[in-house]
Design a protein around this ligand. Structure first.
Ligand SMILES: NC(=O)c1ccc[n+]([C@@H]2O[C@H](COP(=O)([O-])OP(=O)(O)OC[C@H]3O[C@@H](n4cnc5c(N)ncnc54)[C@H](O)[C@@H]3O)[C@@H](O)[C@H]2O)c1
Length: 344
């Protein structure tokens, strides 16, 4: 299959490109490149077959022409980035995604795998895990943009155009472009470099977690599945035994770092998202999807990476190379991108 992949220069992108190429697919990769320079120098990086350096707001029919499928990951990819400027989040994540979907349909692309998020469940009743049919009262611009694009894709789904929504859990793990602004990666790197694990809340909010390689596997499965299994379907991507309270994640990391302390500050406010997610539909209905990673093993992977990059120290591991908001601020402050996040 010839696959048009957007957002390949992000955290998850390298894992998706590798997985698709190893499965024999050809990858055209499209990204504006905010994080192009933020790559692990030691990483074994798999290059796409063709690369387009361009803003998703400017994607054209010609870019997408000739592809069998689209995997759409590009965008402002988490709540803090989305909060930079809400209108921009709608322009990039919602309007540009919807336009890309229209273009893909017009160009005869058969399968459109959209990277949505469990964030759209917002503040859910945590007495039960939420399935795909649960209400979606999104609390952030980022989550609203994901809901909006899912709705648009549903509207334009047709016999020839099959959208699939991967509502990914919060990712963890090391890729060729490691990031330490995700909860498990952050707790692990801070714990490793400072021997102090700090939670800036009471630690009770629930989060479902998934390894980036399992998300890449789900992507491959969604691309290769028979249309009848995935057409216009949403799948929560993760595993049922991997919903955690933040304080439990911290305890797992602490147990692997002898001498480390855990400080739960008990602060409230800011981020009040909390949700437990039911992944049964993907586990039973997304052909071939058998996630293999656990948080326990993932924490080992992140700590092993830290050990191998000990020279970075705390300052290095929390620099713009590993924290997306800091990299975007760096580009803004240096006037390399303007306030619309366009290259100057
Ligand atoms: N990381 C997670 O925990 C998680 C969880 C659920 C869903 N997702 C979704 O998965 C996708 C990928 O996430 P990630 O963590 O790899 O994100 P990331 O921020 O690391 O990468 C996103 C990529 O999109 C590119 N991009 C941003 N704006 C663009 C624009 N205007 N034009 C072209 N390219 C642009 C960036 O340059 C970057 O390389 C996102 O859609 C995100 O919402 C991520």
């Amino acid at each position: 299959m010839k696959v048009f992949v957007t957002g390949h220069l992000g955290l998850i992108g390298p894992s998706v490109v590798r997985t698709l190429k190893e499965a024999g697919h050809t990858v055209t990769a499209f990204d504006t490149g905010y994080f192009r320079e933020n790559i692990d120098a030691d990483a074994d990086y798999v290059e796409p077959d063709c690369e387009i350096a361009k803003d998703i707001r400017d994607v054209s029919l010609e870019d997408v022409r000739g592809h069998d499928a689209v995997v759409h990951m590009a965008g402002l990819s988490n709540d803090p980035l989305g909060a930079l400027n809400e209108q921009l989040t709608f322009n990039i994540n919602l309007d540009a995604s919807n336009r890309l979907a229209d273009i893909a349909k017009e160009e005869g692309v058969g399968r459109f795998v959209f990277f949505s998020s469990c964030s759209l469940y917002g503040v859910a009743d945590t007495s039960a895990a939420v399935a795909e049919t649960a209400p979606q009262p999104p609390v952030t611009a980022y989550a609203k943009s994901k809901v909006g694009t899912e709705h648009h894709l549903l509207e334009i789904a047709s016999d020839a155009f099959s959208p699939v929504f991967l509502r990914n859990a919060t990712c963890y793990g090391i890729s060729a472009r490691p990031r330490f602004d995700l909860v498990l990666n952050n707790l692990s790197a801070f714990g490793y470099f400072t021997r102090e694990i700090k939670i800036m809340s009471d630690g009770t909010p629930w989060r479902p977690l998934v390894h980036i390689d399992d998300v890449a596997l789900a992507t491959l499965c969604a691309l290769e599945a028979d249309k009848s299994a995935v057409h216009a379907e949403a799948f929560n991507v993760g595993r049922n035994d991997e919903n955690f309270q933040i304080k439990d994640l911290a305890e797992i990391v602490k147990s692997k770092l002898p001498g480390a302390t855990l400080d739960i500050t008990g602060e409230t406010g800011g981020d009040d998202r909390s949700y437990r997610v039911d992944f049964t539909k993907a586990l039973e209905g997304l052909p071939g999807f058998r996630p293999t990673w656990t948080v326990d093993r993932g924490a080992d992977q992140i700590l092993a990476w830290c050990r191998g990059h000990d020279r970075l120290g705390f300052a290095g591991a929390t620099s713009r190379n590993y924290v997306r908001l800091k990299q975007v601020d760096h580009l803004l402050n240096g006037k390399r991108i303007d306030t619309e996040l366009r290259w100057t």
